[in-house]
Design a protein around this ligand. Sequence first.
Ligand SMILES: [Fe+2]
Length: 268
Amino acid sequence: MYLSSQKEKQLSKEFLNNGYVIKKVCNQKDLNKIKKIFENFLKMKLKINKNNNLLFDQFHKIIKKKNLNSLRLDLISYINKDNQFKSLYYNICRDYLDALVGNELVMQNNINLSIQLPRDGDSLLPLHSDVWSGDSPYEIVVWLPLVDCYRTKSMYILQPKDYKFLISRIKKNNIKDGDKLFKSVEKKVKWLKVNYGEVLIFNQSLPHGNRVNKETSTRWSMNCRFKSVFSPYGDKKFGEFFKPITLKPMSEIGMNYILPNIDRDEKN
Ligand SMILES: [Fe+2]
C-alpha cells in the first residue's frame, strides 16, 4: 500500500480536524496472522476448540471473570516475547504513521491488550489525556481491534473542536475527577466505531476513555504508542519504554558516534 502525497494531505487534515483516523489496515494478511496467534494461544491455554466468533466476541461465555486478568497478562507477555509480533503490528499501520508521524520511529516495547467483557466494570479508563499524567504530546496511539467495536464496546474521544469546552468546564467548576469530567462532556464525546480489519490511530493528548461495555459481546483490542525518534520525550523514555524500529543509517551513525579525545581544530 502506498499513499500518494494527495492522500497523505487528506489523512493529515482528517487527523488534525478529528483527533483520530479510522482506516483499513495496511496489511490484511498480517492482521490475520495476529489474530491467528491469539487464536492458537487461547486454544492451547484453555484447551478448547471453538470457532472464531465464539472465541473472541463471545469470550465471556468461555472465561470466568476471576481468571480474565491473569490470562490477559499471559497473552501480553506471549505476544511481546519477540520482535515478530511487533513487526506485524507495525505493518498494519506503517503507511499511516509514515504520513502522520514520520519515518524514523520508536515503538512501545510492550504492546498492550484490553479484553472487556460485557457489563464488567473492572478495567475502565475514566476520561483522561495521557499527557496530563506525564506522556509526551508527541506520542500517537495505534488501537487495533480483533472484533468489531462500536458504542460502549469501543472507546470515545473528545475532538479538538470540543477540547476548549472541557478546559472551560475544568476552570469554571474546578473538576478534576475523570468521571465528573466525563459527565460534563458526555454529550460531546465521540464513540468510535472500529471494525475488525480497520485500525484506529488517535492523538492521546486529547481526552479519551471508555465506559462499562453495555453491548452483548466482548471487546478485544490492542494499543501501542509510536513517536518520532527525535521528538521530545515525557516520562516514557527512549531505550526503556520506547525502542527504535526504523532508524536511518545517518541517524544510527550519529547516535553511535564517540568523539575522540582530541584537540579541536576551530577552523574546520
Ligand atoms: Fe489513554
